[in-house]
Design a protein around this ligand. Structure first.
Ligand code: NAP
Length: 328
């Protein structure tokens, strides 16, 4: 169940709304893997945007000015309408708050913050300042997600099973922050599954039981099993594994009164009773930036913490088991 809260800013007149014929002048914050793989290409191929700066401690974007922090960007005199955050969740709140206070519209990578309360706080500040806040969930933009939601809306759901299993060493080489407190561990990819599930399933998901496996030398889980309930009593099982070698698995399987729905490859492919119905190339980030431009133009925000809350609940209720020490 998606619980988007679309908040109209207090005063649209205060907002630095670009007119339809002027691109949104945007700065990227944190020039790491996802900024380079997805954000920069998506922005460079979208005429609604002009990429004007990097905010980074270590790495710039060729041909653009680089600023060490949001304060330096704000004081530089460079014309900027928006900033997009590609930093890890810990530390993002202070920077996003500074960006809103500087009058910028703000887009956040998933997970939107280190804690749920941080995100609520940013949403309130955005509304008070008349700025757009967009807490993104890129996996919701996968091609098969909307068709899956529409198909399920007409059926009775009997059970759900999610397997989200990938190799941390392949996808996140050297990213020690991911296994630090607030790094989310296996929930960094796992929250993508939860973002899809909370979109395609019509009723609320509640965590009932969780087992979290923490490497003896790390502060975040490397694997997890979560039992949830959908609606009143529909069982939902989620298996997360960050040590999967060989074929990777990002699957959500839903048993209904009318057969089986299977989302594969992170929401890119949809099968109904074994027959492939959707398969499409990845356009998640171009779609996210189109949505952000539409929100800015409308003077609106989109902040849904539902997947984030499920992770927080799993940490709150979960049984902690010690696993073997982990090194990249
Ligand atoms: P990354 O490669 O480690 O890059 C993060 C960047 O953030 C760093 O290069 C650094 O850039 C900046 N940064 C600021 N404070 C930092 C800190 N305390 N520790 C480490 N870096 C810090 O991470 P990423 O994979 O791009 O992930 C960033 C965010 O995007 C995360 O929330 C992640 O969940 C999300 N995401 C990642 C992927 C993926 O496939 N990797 C996919 C979708 C979403 P500067 O040196 O420029 O400051």
């Amino acid at each position: 169940m998606t619980q988007s809260t679309t908040n109209s800013p207090a005063s649209a007149a205060q907002g630095a709304r670009p007119t339809s014929n002027r691109p949104i002048r945007i700065a990227l914050v944190g020039i790491g893997k996802i900024a380079q793989d997805q954000h920069i290409p998506a922005l460079r191929n979208d005429s609604s945007y002009e990429l004007v700066a990097a905010v980074s401690r270590s790495r710039g974007i060729e041909g653009l000015p680089r600023f060490a922090d949001i304060a330096s960007l704000a004081q530089s005199g460079l014309a900027v309408d928006a900033v997009s955050f590609c930093t890890p969740p810990v530390g993002r709140y202070a920077m996003a708050r500074a960006a809103l206070e500087a009058g910028f519209h703000v887009m956040l990578e998933k997970p939107p913050g280190a804690t749920v309360a941080e995100v609520h706080d940013l949403a309130e500040r955005a509304r008070a300042r008349g700025r757009t806040l967009f807490a993104t969930w890129h996996s919701r933009e996968s091609a098969a997600v909307d068709p899956a939601r529409d198909w399920l809306a007409q059926r009775t759901i009997k059970s759900v099973r999610t397997d989200w299993k990938e190799d941390i060493r392949h996808w996140h080489p050297g990213q020690d922050w991911i296994l630090e407190p607030g790094g989310f561990g296996v929930f960094d990819p796992g929250i993508n599954a939860l973002s899809i599930m909370t979109t395609i399933l019509p009723e609320r998901l509640r965590v009932q039981k969780a087992t979290l496996h923490f490497p003896s030398n790390r502060q975040a889980p490397i694997a997890a099993q979560i039992d949830l309930v959908h609606g009143t009593d529909t069982p939902v099982v989620v298996e997360l594994d960050f040590l999967k070698t060989g074929p990777q698995q990002w699957d959500i399987q839903v048993e209904t009164n009318d057969g089986t729905l299977l989302l594969r490859e992170g929401g890119r492919r949809l099968f109904i009773n074994g027959e492939e119905r959707v398969s499409a190339e990845d356009r998640e980030y171009p779609r996210l930036y189109q949505r952000f431009a539409a929100l800015v133009a409308a003077g609106a925000s989109d902040v849904d913490v539902t997947p984030h809350q499920i992770v927080a609940d799993a940490f709150m209720i979960g049984r902690r088991l010690e696993a073997a020490a982990f090194e990249f």
